[in-house]
Design a protein around this ligand. Structure first.
Ligand code: PA5
Length: 401
């Protein structure tokens, strides 16, 4: 009975996309407008589910060189991340980099007590207070946390920081469609309402009971069938470097949801064609315990073609006039064929084109598939008891310092 209740309180993400109120959407937009006026740099503090989804979506929709563009070209503050590691170098470099810039921060922690973001927040809060004074800093600190529990919630209340709520029934790794992801997306000028619309559509489509008509259920079932046949590593592959963080989000979603009770499919990732020159050999020829899930963007048109040069010194004129995206597509087709022939089953997920609506669908697709797949595997996809082991040891060591 207790177990059942515990699982049920984690289902908030299922109908999340259409549960968000107009007031919440409005407040996210107003805050992001304020942040855009206040800051050259917006630092998002969080770890695991409290930052990966936002970073994944921002990377997909931003210029590859976004943070190197001028504010004028980028049209929103530079977005940096902190609190996702315990590296002193990282924090030192960050403080040095932002020292003379105008800064706003969004600290995100559902529990409000995770050490990595707590440390980064203390340092950045102090940085802001020294720069702008206590009240000036308070206007630049945005908190996303539980409605009533946790130290972060108390700090936010005591200092009257602008606060967004992570619903109790939505776990960290399922929270990208709450203010956890939506506020940073909005600061990056991403049309997050379109993302929510896409996810709402997916909620409807992937509610189809019949597995024959439900691609999400099919994917969850295929991965478990492959697992039963000895494939215990799933490699997500994408041919767009801007999807690298999406792969990280996927790895965290499935890794923390499924890896328990000595079970689980190990989620890995490759960025292709880059990694064909590193992991390609292993995938093609190594131990046959892997399958691949490939994100294929059907209509990818960047309209950059290979130019013709008259001396043809590099011998590439046979490709002159060909779109680079077309060449990338042939690499995808050739690689899938090679991997399948090398006994690596490939699941292809076709994304018609990269837009907010489709990314919203894709996020929901993986969240639901992950939950279903966890249940097929026989684990609770919403807890993460294993994460406590390192924390307990680290805390004991720190307390004895
Ligand atoms: O998915 C999860 O629940 C975790 O990855 C958390 O997001 C991560 O541990 C951060 O936790 P918190 O938001 O409580 O700081």
């Amino acid at each position: 009975m207790t177990k059942q209740v515990q699982v049920e309180i984690c289902y908030g993400w299922v109908d999340l996309p259409n549960k968000i109120t107009d007031e919440e959407i409005d407040r996210i937009k107003k805050c992001s407008d304020r942040i855009k006026k206040q800051a050259d740099v917006f630092v998002v503090i969080g770890i695991g589910g409290s930052y990966l989804g936002a970073k994944a979506v921002i990377d997909i929709f931003s210029s590859t060189f976004s943070n190197m563009q001028s504010l004028n070209d980028r049209k929103h503050p530079e977005i940096l991340f902190a609190g996702n590691n315990l590296s002193g170098k990282y924090l030192r470099d960050l403080i040095e980099y932002i020292r003379d810039k105008d800064v706003a921060i969004n600290v995100i922690s559902k529990s409000g007590k995770t050490l990595e973001p707590a440390i980064a927040f203390r340092i950045l809060k102090l940085f802001l207070e020294e720069k702008y004074g206590i009240s000036g800093a308070a206007e630049r600190i945005y908190v996303t946390t539980d409605k009533e529990d946790g130290i972060l919630n108390k700090i936010a209340k005591d200092n009257e920081y602008e606060t967004f709520v992570i619903p109790k029934d939505v776990g960290g790794r399922y929270s990208v469609l709450t203010p956890v992801g939506l506020l940073p997306m909005s600061v990056a000028n991403i049309d997050f309402e379109e993302i929510l619309d896409g996810a709402t559509f997916a909620e409807y489509v992937y509610n189809e009971k019949s597995i024959e008509k439900n691609d999400c259920y099919k994917y969850a079932a295929y991965r478990n069938i492959l697992n039963k046949k000895g494939k215990d590593i799933e490699i997500m592959a994408s041919y767009e470097p801007s999807f690298a963080m999406f792969t990280e989000w996927f790895k965290q979603l499935f890794g923390e949801s499924e890896g328990k009770n000595s079970k689980g499919i190990f989620p890995a990732g490759v960025s292709l064609t880059t990694d064909l020159h590193s992991m390609g050999q292993m995938i093609q020829d190594g131990k046959r315990n892997i399958f691949e899930t490939v994100i294929n963007i059907s209509r990818n048109r960047s309209f950059i073609t290979l130019p013709k040069v008259y001396d043809d010194q590099d011998g590439l004129n046979y490709l002159a006039g060909t779109e680079i995206d077309y060449i990338n597509k042939q690499a995808f087709l050739g690689t899938v064929q090679a991997h399948v022939e090398g006994l690596v089953p490939c699941i292809i997920i076709n994304l018609e084109e990269v837009n907010e609506y489709n990314i919203g669908q894709l996020i929901y697709f993986f969240e639901k598939a992950c939950a279903i797949s966890g249940y097929i595997l026989g684990v609770n996809p919403f807890d993460q008891p294993g994460v406590e082991a390192y924390k307990n040891n680290m805390m004991k060591l720190l307390e004895n310092k």
